[in-house]
Design a protein around this ligand. Structure first.
Ligand code: GAP
Length: 430
């Protein structure tokens, strides 16, 4: 039974990988040069999906809250940041090496013997995950680091944000951006990459054990609900509290939001209570202007991976219905909202009318034109990339200015007036 379940699941991963490449979501980085392990490129549909995920996250974490502002810090920072933050010393993974084939593995992923050749393992050794870069033109070049988490850029700007805006504790700073880790075992498509994107909120509060516990629990709920609102099935997600010895070096306590991926329950977001660890290290304090009280705030962090979210949205929305493959993505996330077709491509009057509908919709919704093959094939092609609505201009459209709108999930068709289309799609995007 287990075997059947597993082989079925592995099949899903292969199908997602193939669809992602075939339809332009995810390509292997530097593919024509044999690829480069742990690096991925997003194609025309992938970039739309990724942008939509980031847009929806920003909307819910910044625009819909009064207590959060955003920022965008640089990827390379003064190396002193990483020395002070503890990353140069403590941002490590314990690894073992196979004595026979010399492949390295994370300690928590191994069995007794090497999975690649059956060899014995060495004792675990720690490896730093920070990616080094060298700057300057004269030797010796200056060693710096690509950021291992986007977070430190927020902490080192804490005072700048407080001084330049009207934020008062409690408040948050949100950021989305690239992070880099020298991962020794990248894999499962984009799940563990060397270059990836994070979407994070650092929420600053007055130090208080009880309050911080409440804030931590509130954010656990907020983040879990966001993934559900965006369409991930409830029974495919769970919280996983970290044992003290498994927590990151900066965390007082930590919980992961996990997804039941075909390769097992896997983290896609971490909620961390970072206490005063970071601001204290950087020597930064907050002064309450009302009371003149000065203190080092505590931080509750929500840290999600954009690439992991994208991968799990693809997996979770993947459906097969006979020959039909459907990505049942939330319309807000779908790369294209609308596809527009003329019923026949050799009838200029239909093509002209359909083109005018396409031009109208394109200004408001990410839309795509298709006039290849028959209508059934066009529907299938759009289902496979998650387009929620297909609009067909037919002969009746020429008489009464209506079109058929076909729904991806119900496959039902409705006749809608062209001047009501925008309202129709708007309602579907709420
Ligand atoms: N600032 C806290 C922090 O970086 P983390 O748990 O190490 O915490 C947060 O990372 C999220 O970043 C993870 O939940 C995951 O979604 C994403 N992430 C981490 N390492 C990754 C990798 N190698 N590839 C893709 N995503 C990764």
């Amino acid at each position: 039974m287990e075997f059947d379940k597993q082989s079925l699941s592995l099949g899903v991963m292969e199908k997602i990988t193939s669809l992602a490449k075939r339809r332009g979501f995810i390509f292997q980085g530097s593919e024509i040069y044999g690829g480069y392990q742990g690096f991925w490129d997003y194609g025309p549909l992938g970039v739309e999906l990724k942008n939509n995920i980031k847009k929806e996250w920003w909307k819910s974490m910044v625009y819909e809250r009064e207590d959060v502002v955003g920022m965008d810090a640089s990827i390379i920072m003064n190396p002193k940041v990483w020395e002070t933050s503890g990353h140069l010393k403590a941002f490590t993974d314990p690894l073992v090496e196979c004595k026979k084939c010399h492949h390295r593995f994370k300690v928590e992923t191994i069995e007794d013997k090497c999975a690649d050749c059956g060899g014995e393992f060495t004792e675990p050794k720690t490896f730093n995950l920070m990616t080094e870069v060298f700057l300057g033109v004269t030797e010796p070049k200056e060693k710096a680091y690509l950021r291992g988490e986007i977070t430190q850029g927020v902490f080192v700007n804490f005072k700048n944000v407080v001084d330049s805006t009207r934020v008062k504790i409690p408040f948050g700073i949100a950021q989305i951006g690239k992070a880099f880790r020298n991962e020794i075992t990248p894999g499962n498509l984009t799940f563990r990459s060397r270059e990836f994107e994070q979407m994070e909120l650092e929420y600053f509060i007055k130090p208080d054990e009880k309050d911080s516990e409440k804030t931590f629990n509130d954010f656990k709920k907020i983040r879990m609900e966001w993934y559900m609102d965006m369409g991930i099935k409830k029974d495919k997600m769970r919280f996983h509290d970290h044992e003290p010895e498994k927590r990151a070096f900066y965390a007082r306590y930590a919980t992961d939001i996990e997804y039941e991926a075909p390769f097992g329950w896997s983290e896609f977001e971490g909620i961390h209570h970072r206490g005063d660890f970071d601001l204290k290290n950087h020597g930064l304090k907050y002064k309450d202007e009302m009371t003149n009280e000065e203190y080092t705030p505590w931080v509750i962090e929500t840290s999600g991976g954009v690439d992991r979210a994208l991968l799990f949205f693809l997996i979770d929305s993947y459906h097969e219905d006979g020959e039909r493959v459907v990505l049942k993505l939330n319309p807000k996330l779908a790369p294209y909202k609308v596809a527009v077709f003329p019923l026949l491509k050799n009838k200029p009057e239909l093509v002209g009318k359909a083109r005018s509908v396409y031009s109208l919709l394109r200004t408001k919704y990410s839309s795509v034109w298709d006039d290849r093959g028959n209508i059934g094939k066009r529907y299938f092609a759009q289902d496979e990339i998650g387009t929620p609505w297909c609009v067909t201009v037919d002969f009746q459209s020429l008489d009464d200015d209506t079109v058929t709108v076909r729904d991806r999930d119900t496959v039902k068709q409705e006749r809608i007036a062209i001047d009501k289309l925008s309202e129709y799609f708007q309602n579907g995007l709420i």
